[in-house]
Each structure stands twice: as structure tokens, then as C-alpha cells.
Design a protein around this ligand. Structure first.
Ligand code: MRU
Length: 363
């Protein structure tokens, strides 16, 4: 690779610990702008507006964020500190509902507060910094392992289709779904990546195409409705996607449109003759890559996952120079969908590769 993508720091703590510094992803690919967040409101807004996005990255941002806010809590009794900490925690947790990493990271931070009730407040605050750094470091290590595990299933020269952005920008370092692509690039695998543009917010076009092109990976941008065409042409040998929440039965919530790609990969249909549709089974493997921190064993199935519904303006006019839909039209804008477990070839975590039927002990 000619450039080290990790030079772009998606989310980090400022040197003096007083702010979370994020690469504002709403400005990409046009410009690399870093913003400094030092209040709970700024951190909430950055997560809600997708300035920092991707399940692991929002978990890390929230962990650093609650540390930064804890430094500002005036109370010096444990009780006073704790109740303000919990208020901020609930507030930050309300920024986005689907990715489990957000709440999981905040829960981890809360455990530090609860476990050290006899320590002076400044010591608890310092332990929060250590925990937030550990969350970031664990994410980086997990992503690398996810990459190695997935690479063992891929062969040089393969065409790989991905949806949304589950790369460096969505995590701390190599990404989840894109980790095998980065490792493969380092080892001369010569993968050819097809990036779904990912309507409506174009994480594929703005972010995946950007970060892969930046390091010299062979990446081709396609519109979401072109996936079946590139599969039909035989250009895709594997699909890799990330995940926002994996239910205990293996159902996966990820960016809206993911389940459609899974259906295509499993049952690509070609040819029509009279009323008979000749189904041809391509059997392209559909891999979901994510850290075990994204698996929610308290969530029994896909129907139990809360799917975020975002402002309808995002699909009618917000990101366009002029309106793209008639004034007043009803619009439905779910941010994620659920891919049923029976469409998934394997779920790849830092611990290994789980094949169906997915069992609790796999995770
Ligand atoms: O709405 P976003 O951009 O946060 O959605 C991101 C995704 O759906 C990713 O695929 C997922 O978070 C995995 S990131 C490693």
C-alpha cells in the first residue's frame, strides 16, 4: 500500500484529554476536517449527524466522550459524581439506537464507576480514561484478527462486493469488513472491490471508495441497483459486510440494503422463459465481519433489534442541490435492515469463523 490509511485518525482523545477529536465524515471525500468535541451536546450531535459513524467508531467516541464529560463533573462526592455520570451516559446512549457498540462501550465505562465507589473522584476519572483507551486498543486488535480470519477464506484475485462502509473510517484501525482487503493488499492478493454506493447517505461512495482508493486498492463504485449485474457478470466471488448488532440467533442488523445483497448473493436468478423463471444458484458466499462486542446475546432475534428511522429529508432533499422528490411526498427512511441468519455463510469475529446454525457458544 502506498499510503497508511490509519494516519487518518477517525476518533481519538486530544493530548490533554479535554476533547474528543474526530475526522468529520460528513465532509468526506471533499476535505479532511477534524473537529474537537468537548461537551456532551457536541458529542451527541456528532454521533447523531454521522460525523462519526460505524458501530465500533461510535462506541469508541462515546467512551472517550463520557471520559471528557466526567472530567467536567463538579461534584466531589461519589454519589454526586455517579448521578451526573449516569445522566450523561443515558443522554449519549440516546444518540443512535441500533449499533450495540454504543451502549456496550458506555456500560463498560459505567462498570468502572461502579467498581471503584471507594476511590476519590479524580482517580475514577483517570480509570475512565484508561478504560476508554482499552476499548480503542481492543477494537484495533479485534479488527486485525477479523481480517486474518476472513483472509483464510479468500483467494488472490477475487472480486469482493461490499455495502456501506465497514473500513478504517468506521473503526479505530483496519476496519471489519475491509480488514481482509487491507491485509490482502499488503500481501499482494490483488482483490478487486466493488463498493455499493449505499443510498441514501452514500457511505459506500463517499467513504469506502475514498479510503480504498487512497491506499491504492482496486475499487469500483457501483450504484446499489447494479449489484446483481456485476454478480451476473461473474465479477464477484465473495460479499463482505459489517454489522451493527448481531442477535443471538445470528440475524444481523447492518446498513439498509444489506439484506438485499445477501438475497442476491444466495439466489441470483438469471434468465426468463415464458412464465418459467430459471433460477440459477450462484452461491456467492456472504460473510459478515464484526467484533464480538457487536454481538448482543440479550437480543434473541432480528425482530428484536430496534431499527433507527432517520429524517425523511435525507432521501428527498437534504443532500441535494435542489429537491429530488415532490414537496410533501411521504418518505420512509430506515437506516438499517436485518439480514436473516439463513442467508449468512459465516460470521467472522476476532475469535474465529462461525458457520450456521449459529449457536450461542460460537460467540
Ligand atoms: O449509519 P452508519 O454509517 O453508522 O452505518 C454503518 C454500518 O452499517 C456499518 O456497516 C456497520 O456499522 C459496521 S462498521 C464496522
Amino acid at each position: 500500500m502506498n499510503v497508511d490509511i490509519t494516519d487518518l485518525k477517525t476518533v481519538r482523545l486530544s493530548q490533554d484529554g479535554s476533547a474528543v477529536i474526530i475526522l468529520d465524515q460528513t465532509c468526506l471525500p471533499g476535505s479532511e476536517v477534524y473537529v474537537s468535541l468537548s461537551s456532551a451536546e457536541e458529542i451527541w450531535e456528532a454521533i447523531y449527524r454521522l460525523k462519526v459513524r460505524g458501530a465500533p467508531a461510535i462506541g469508541i467516541a462515546a467512551a472517550y466522550g463520557i471520559y471528557v464529560c466526567s472530567r467536567q463533573i463538579a461534584a466531589n462526592t461519589y454519589g454526586g459524581f455517579c448521578s451526573e455520570f449516569l445522566r450523561i451516559k443515558d443522554y449519549l446512549a440516546s444518540s443512535r439506537p441500533t449499533a450495540v457498540n454504543l451502549v456496550a462501550a458506555l456500560d463498560r465505562m459505567e462498570k468502572v464507576v461502579v467498581a471503584h465507589s471507594v476511590n476519590p473522584v479524580p482517580e475514577i476519572v483517570e480509570l475512565l480514561r484508561v478504560e476508554a483507551e482499552a476499548i480503542r486498543a481492543e477494537d484495533a486488535a479485534a479488527c486485525r484478527k477479523i481480517g486474518e480470519n476472513c483472509l483464510s477464506l479468500l483467494r488472490p484475485g477475487m472480486g469482493i462486493l461490499t455495502h456501506c462502509n465497514a473500513g478504517h473510517l468506521a473503526v479505530s484501525e483496519y476496519g471489519t469488513a475491509l480488514a481482509p482487503v487491507y491485509l490482502g493488499e499488503e500481501r499482494g492478493y490483488g482483490f478487486k472491490v466493488f463498493a455499493d454506493e449505499t443510498r441514501p447517505l452514500l457511505q459506500g461512495a463517499r467513504l469506502t471508495a475514498y479510503e480504498l482508493q487512497k491506499v491504492g486498492v482496486d475499487v469500483t463504485l457501483i450504484c446499489d441497483n447494479m449489484a446483481s449485474t456485476v454478480m451476473r457478470k461473474g465479477w464477484v466471488q465473495a460479499v463482505v459486510v459489517g454489522c451493527d448488532r448481531v442477535a443471538a440467533n445470528g440475524a444481523v442488523a447492518n446498513k439498509i440494503g444489506t439484506s438485499g445483497v445477501a438475497i442476491l448473493a444466495r439466489h441470483y436468478k438469471i434468465g426468463t422463459s415464458g412464465v418459467a423463471i430459471l433460477a440459477r444458484y450462484y452461491g456467492i458466499p456472504f460473510y459478515v465481519l464484526g467484533p464480538t462486542s457487536t454481538i448482543d446475546l440479550n437480543c434473541p432475534d432480528g425482530d428484536s433489534i430496534v431499527i433507527e428511522e432517520r429524517n425523511p429529508k435525507e432521501i428527498t432533499d437534504m443532500w441535494y442541490a435542489s429537491r429530488m422528490a415532490p414537496e410533501g411526498v411521504k418518505a420512509y427512511n430506515p437506516a438499517f435492515d436485518v439480514t436473516p441468519h439463513d442467508l449468512i455463510t459465516a460470521i467472522i469475529t476476532e475469535k474465529g469463523i462461525a458457520y450456521p446454525p449459529f449457536r450461542l457458544e460460537d460467540f
